[in-house]
Design a protein around this ligand. Structure first.
Ligand SMILES: [Zn+2]
Length: 115
């Protein structure tokens, strides 16, 4: 399950970014996820719980929040940015457009540290 390795990558990234002391105060992790990132929110949450339970017990009680962002395309013709619905990659001007400017991301948007 690729969500498991994603969760492990998230923890490694946090370890590289924060000190052990800071990680001890970690309350919540907020992720920014685009629909094209190929990640199921429910599977990600399950994987997070499983990894914490198995070998990252120090992160027990930390909340995982997933902020889903819409897919945005920018027209190469008119420059307008359009939100994509139902995988309809068409600009407001009517031109088909595959120039995705948002929707592929899977990143740590912010973390919450307690006192
Ligand atoms: Zn256009």
């Amino acid at each position: 399950m690729h969500e498991i390795s994603l969760v492990r990558t998230i923890f490694r990234t946090l370890e590289e970014t924060f000190s052990t002391e800071e990680l001890g105060r970690l309350k919540a992790i907020e992720l920014k996820v685009g629909p094209l990132a190929n990640v199921e929110t429910v599977l990600l949450q399950n994987a997070f719980d499983a990894v914490v339970e198995e070998d990252e017990v120090r992160f027990k009680g930390v909340a995982l929040r997933v902020n889903l962002v819409p897919v945005l395309i920018q027209c190469l013709d008119c420059g307008q940015i359009t939100e994509v619905h139902n995988y309809r990659f068409v600009c407001q001007c009517g031109k088909p457009c595959a120039n995705v400017v948002q929707g592929n991301e899977l990143l740590i948007e912010r973390v919450e540290l307690g006192e």
